[in-house]
Write a protein that binds this ligand. Structure first.
Ligand code: RIB
Length: 345
């Protein structure tokens, strides 16, 4: 069934389309309360969603880009949202940002509302392996999937922008190997997102290439604290995984976390177990969120080129003739004092 139009609402309410337009734009003037009630009832009965794209064209109201992130509670996505806004402002465009908690049904519902609003395009950062719900939108507006590396066979018109996630963990391993580490753990939540799978792949390839021991610690605490804001659980998952690092038979002298929030949690857990960072165990994160430099000791991490990726993602939507094709961006190793030579056996 096609989307109801303003004419359908007018017919049902028994008024003119211009009265509906006045109602939607709060230009009630002399409109009687019972007329307003009839219009509201017709809108709800038909499930009418005003198409703001047409309104924006007529009124000159600024265009909008939709941004869906797993959770703004993860400072990385807060920084990404700011970077996308800075990029969109250069095109006189605003950004509507939503946390979707990697729930495809919530992503689908939010995208339907964004399409009804008339956004110029949608950027989504959930990195879910199933992108079918995103492909369904590409016929309506440009869709950029952040944090996904696609093979060339994908022809679903979804553009991808991402840091090279495999390179991030590989660089972390190489940094630790250079310091002399020969047994390293990678700590991650369950790898149901493509970016985590890529980080695991980069880790496993790098430890194999270096001929050292690499242990994968999948941290999942079903009895862990609820996660109303998404991603905040990563701190606790990291803290509780510390005991598995110190009791591992592989005796890792360094730990790489899937991201900084998890690394900070691991750091707290290690200290609670009486371990010193980096004297006993070196620690590396990924993202370079603000707290890395404030961490005790300041955290070595892989910085994501957030603004460059945001600029590219916004270009894909607002300057499609100038857009990069599915770009991968290089991470940058930021060495601080949470990594050092391993303790002598
Ligand atoms: O899973 C969340 C992580 O994915 C963020 O911390 C950032 O690293 C993103 O790439």
């Amino acid at each position: 069934m096609s989307e109801p139009k303003i004419q359908d609402v007018a017919r049902l309410a028994g008024v003119s389309p211009s009265s509906i337009s006045n109602f939607l734009n709060n230009r009630m003037g002399q409109m009687r309360p019972d007329t307003q009630a009839k219009i509201q009832q017709a809108i709800e009965q038909l499930g009418y969603r005003p198409n703001n794209a047409a309104r924006q064209l007529k009124t000159g109201v600024a265009s909008m880009v939709g941004l869906l992130v797993p959770s703004l509670a993860n400072q990385f996505f807060g920084a990404l949202a700011c970077a996308v806004e800075a990029a969109a402002t250069r095109y006189q465009c605003h950004v509507m940002t939503f946390s979707t908690f990697r729930d495809p049904d919530r992503e689908r519902a939010v995208m339907a509302d964004l399409l009804a609003y008339g956004v110029k395009g949608i950027i989504t950062g959930s990195a879910l392996s199933d992108t079918e719900h995103l492909a369904a939108v590409t016929s309506r507006c440009p869709v950029v999937a952040f944090d996904i590396k696609r093979n060339d066979e994908a022809h679903d018109r979804i553009t991808t922008i991402s840091m090279d996630n495999a390179a991030a963990t590989a660089q972390a391993v190489q940094h630790l190997v250079t310091l002399g580490h020969r047994s390293i753990a990678l700590v991650t939540p369950p790898p149901y997102t493509l970016n985590r799978q890529e980080r695991i792949r980069g880790f496993q390839q790098a430890v194999a290439a270096a001929g050292i021991t690499g242990e994968l610690v999948i941290a999942d605490a079903t009895d862990g604290p609820s996660d109303p804001h998404g991603d905040t659980r990563l701190f606790e998952l990291g803290r509780s995984a510390a005991s598995r690092i110190v009791t591992s038979s592989a005796r890792p002298t360094a730990a790489i976390a899937i991201n900084d929030m998890m690394a900070i949690g691991i750091g707290v857990g290690l200290k609670q177990l009486g371990r010193r960072i980096p004297a006993d165990i070196s620690l590396v994160g990924i993202d370079d969120i603000f707290f890395c430099a404030a961490h005790d000791p300041p955290l070595t991490t892989l910085r994501q080129p957030i603004q460059a990726m945001a600029d590219a993602a916004v270009k894909c939507i607002l300057a499609p003739d100038d857009k990069p094709d599915g770009a991968l961006f290089a991470p940058e190793l930021i060495v601080r004092s949470s990594t050092a030579t391993p303790p002598q056996p």
